[in-house]
Ligand binder design. Structure first.
Ligand code: SF4
Length: 309
């Protein structure tokens, strides 16, 4: 198989090949907020966003970046006592801040002896030219990728989920980042209210066309105390079944470019706060079922890669 024992180009495979050994990610909270929550654009946030800014497993913002890294390394120390890690700024909008503040946070992470790269999750409307220059600088000295929460290309859904920016904003930012050879990971959510499989696959085709480096697939999670929970109670919109989700993942993998890196095939839900889909809590089972589905249907990443014009 082209990607070790997998039928797709997993992040794990990619990092092993790049660094010659296993590399973990440590999730950090840089103390940022988000224009979609602090009132600049809105106070409501994206409809699915949890209190922690969609970063349930990151470190605590009350601690320094160094302390968060140490704490996370301690948590994985049994299975991973010596190896290197990517510092992942996960919560909220991790480029939303003063340039000097951003620099300080990223540099602190990079100064840790076991950090060999940076991953920064943000919004495409929160990278101005000075931040872009900073990212270019970082890209020249370390292994960097930027994560953008696209979620969907459907403008109607984007309004319904209160994403707060139009697709053109993503188009422009991806072009700028591509021009600077900065790797981009797009987040896509499968199962957004009222989206058909066709709409979801259109989003996948779009990121293939835009030459993003990587993709994170999320199954829509309805989390307690979010606006999405309210909408679900009011409208009882369709929740993807496990079979529907697996089928969509298979179809998506087929149309990806062979070189795209798959960072995630499903999300991590918290047992305490996840309302639906509860079937997703057995993550091992979901991942095994995806592998089985790919094998049984002889699906390989890029089987049906085509540039859509
Ligand atoms: S952009 Fe991210 S942090 Fe901001 S509201 Fe949306 S999901 Fe939450």
């Amino acid at each position: 198989m082209r990607w070790g024992e997998k039928r797709y180009n997993s992040l794990n495979y990619f990092l092993r090949k790049k660094f010659g050994e296993k590399v973990y990610k440590v999730s950090l909270d840089g103390g940022f907020t988000c224009p979609n929550r602090d009132g600049t654009l809105s106070k409501k946030g994206c409809i699915f966003c949890s209190e922690s800014g969609s970063g349930e497993f990151a470190g605590s913002r009350k601690k320094s970046i160094t302390d968060q890294i140490e704490e996370q390394l301690e948590l994985i120390s049994k299975k991973f006592p010596h190896g290197n890690v990517i510092a992942y700024f996960q919560n909220f909008t991790s480029t939303y801040g003063d340039l000097e503040y951003l620099k300080k946070k990223y540099e602190e992470a990079l100064s840790h002896p076991r950090v060999v790269g940076l991953a920064i999750a943000t919004r495409p409307d929160c990278i101005d030219d000075s931040i872009l220059d900073l990212l270019e600088e970082l890209n020249n000295k370390t292994f960097l990728w930027i994560e953008l929460g696209l979620q969907t290309t459907d403008e109607k859904t984007a309004v319904e989920i209160n994403r707060g920016w139009k697709l053109q904003v993503f188009d422009d930012m991806i072009e700028k980042l591509n021009n600077k050879n900065i790797k981009v990971v797009a987040h896509i959510i499968l199962g957004l209210p009222n989206e058909s499989p066709k709409t979801m696959l259109t989003s996948i085709k779009y990121i293939v066309n835009k030459k993003v480096w990587g993709v994170k697939f999320h199954l829509l999670h309805i989390i307690q105390n979010t606006n999405l929970e309210k909408l679900y109670i009011e409208t009882n919109f369709h929740i993807l079944t496990k079979e529907e989700y697996i089928d969509l993942i298979g179809k998506s993998i087929k149309i990806l470019d062979k070189d795209m890196v798959i960072h995630r095939l499903t999300g991590d839900g918290s047992r305490e706060t996840l309302i639906e889909p509860r079937w997703s809590l057995d993550k091992r089972n979901v991942l095994n079922s995806i592998e089985k589905h790919l094998k049984e249907n002889n699906i390989l990443q890029g089987d049906k890669y085509e540039k859509i014009t």
